[in-house]
Structure formats: structure tokens, C-alpha cells
Ligand binder design. Structure first.
Ligand code: BTN
Length: 262
């Protein structure tokens, strides 16, 4: 079992990495959902971090549940208040920051499936759930991340797609705290980059990690399924599909590879 998290050490490491707006990380052995903890917080949630070892009501994308055995994985949420309007670009940005941090730790073959699933050889290694709330006239975001470190076979029932974890990839002894610090540092720097320079460089970086470029994917919306070839991302981060000679920009919902289903 990895040692538990030490919030003060995490905060100190973030300062050393030049991140000054993430403050007072909080650690819980068990909580309903780290996303909900921040969403229900009084006052601004900007820069707050909630780390946990177990969630009784962990949430995944598209209303799904997110299961994890106690202490087996890395689960946390970060609060962020953008200076401008909310944008779906942040969703793509989080995937890039995660992929960068994993690569920095020597994990090879990390790729992205739109918008921000982290895959290795077609198997899901991490997922991201971004939620928002409004405080006064200000939109506030919660970025929730679940990274499979040592996924337990009992959690399998909850996973609807092939999965992997750091242990399977040969990183059995990985210490979760430096990994968390690296992800938070990368996320902070990418969010600062978005605010200062816009999305274009992040969009290009996302495409370098994209694993299904040029492939046929299915897209489910309003009970219908559309199949199209992936052309890339538009300027705002929507996935561009070519179907029946037309371009369709997908900005919500789920796409799935036909390759993976074959
Ligand atoms: C997905 O469906 O791929 C997204 C999973 C996100 C799970 C994380 S775990 C920490 C945070 N708290 C939650 O309740 N969900 C996210």
C-alpha cells in the first residue's frame, strides 16, 4: 500500500514548482465524492484540492458511477475559477496535462480519446469529470480525476471498457503523492497557459496524443448513432467527424472507436 497523502508536503512541492494559487489541499480517507465536496463548499472554490482514498458515491462522466477500492488508486478534484466565460477547451486541456505528467513519469504509449480519457494501448488508465456551479455571477469549475494505480478486480463490474492501471504497466511501486503533485503542477501551468495565450497550442498538443485520428468512430446522441471518420479538433476543441460528405462538430456526449469494438 502506498503511504497516505501529506497535504502540507503537497502544498510545499507545488510552491517549489512555481504554483502559488493551489492552496490547502485536503485529504480524506473516505468521502462521498471529491467533486461534490468542492461543489458544496462555501465561498470560492478556486485553488482548493480534495484528495481521497475512497468514495461512497464516486461519479463518472455521463451520469455513470466511478468505483475504486480503498487506497488503490489516485482520486482528487481541483477547483478553478476562470477569469473569462466557461469553455469546453478546459476539458481537452485536462487530458493534455494528465498525459504530460504520466509521460514525465516514464509511462509510455499514453494517448487521448476525445475529450479526455487517458488510454494506453486502447485500455483506459484515467478518467476526468468536469462539473461547474455558479456563485453570484461567477462560474466555477471542479476538475475531478481518477487514475487507476492498482485497480482491484472487484471494481471490474463497474468498468464498461477495457482498463489498465499503473501496476499492470510495470509501475507497481509508484508513490501516489509525487504523481499527484506532478499532475497538479502540470494542470496549473496549462490553465495559466490557456488564460494567457489561448487554446491553440493546447489544441495542437492534444492532437499529438490523439489515438483515433483518421479512424471511424461512432457517436451516440439523442438515441441515434452516427458513424464518421475523425478529422481532428476544431478551434474550440469540438471533435470533427466526416460523415456522408459533411463535417459534424461533436461537443458533448461520447464517441467510441469501431476498432475497439471489432
Ligand atoms: C470518467 O467517467 O471517465 C470520469 C471519472 C472521474 C472520476 C473522478 S474520481 C475523483 C472525482 N470525484 C468523482 O466523484 N469523480 C471524479
Amino acid at each position: 500500500m502506498n503511504p497516505q497523502f501529506k497535504p502540507q508536503q503537497i502544498e510545499k512541492a507545488l510552491r517549489e514548482n512555481g504554483v502559488d494559487w493551489i492552496r490547502r489541499p485536503e485529504y480524506f480517507e473516505s468521502i462521498a465524492s471529491s467533486n461534490d465536496y468542492l461543489l458544496e463548499m462555501q465561498g470560492s472554490l478556486h485553488g482548493h484540492v480534495c484528495i481521497c482514498d475512497y468514495q461512497t458515491r464516486g461519479k463518472g462522466r455521463l451520469g455513470k458511477q466511478w468505483f475504486s477500492s480503498a487506497g488503490a488508486n489516485l482520486m482528487f478534484s481541483l477547483g478553478w475559477v476562470p477569469s473569462g466565460p466557461l469553455s469546453s477547451e478546459i476539458s481537452l486541456l485536462v487530458g493534455v496535462a494528465l498525459a504530460d505528467a504520466l509521460r514525465e513519469f516514464g509511462i509510455e504509449g499514453v494517448g487521448l480519446k476525445w475529450p479526455n480519457d487517458i488510454l494506453v494501448a486502447g485500455h483506459k488508465l484515467a478518467g476526468v469529470l468536469i462539473e461547474s456551479r455558479t456563485r453570484g455571477s461567477q462560474a466555477e469549475l471542479v476538475i475531478g480525476i481518477g487514475l487507476n494505480v492498482r485497480h482491484q478486480s472487484g471494481d471490474l463490474k463497474a468498468v464498461e471498457q477495457p482498463w489498465t492501471d499503473l501496476a499492470k504497466l510495470g509501475f507497481e511501486e509508484i508513490d501516489r503523492q509525487p504523481m499527484l503533485t506532478a499532475i497538479l503542477t502540470g494542470l496549473a501551468h496549462r490553465l495559466e497557459q490557456l488564460e494567457m495565450d489561448g487554446f491553440e497550442a493546447i489544441r495542437r498538443d492534444w492532437l499529438t496524443y490523439h489515438v483515433y485520428q483518421g479512424e471511424n468512430m461512432s457517436y451516440q446522441y439523442q438515441g441515434k448513432t452516427l458513424v464518421g471518420r475523425v478529422l481532428g479538433l476544431d478551434k474550440g476543441g469540438a471533435l470533427l467527424l466526416e460523415t456522408g460528405g459533411q463535417q459534424v462538430a461533436v461537443s458533448s456526449g461520447e464517441v467510441n472507436s469501431l476498432r475497439a469494438q471489432a
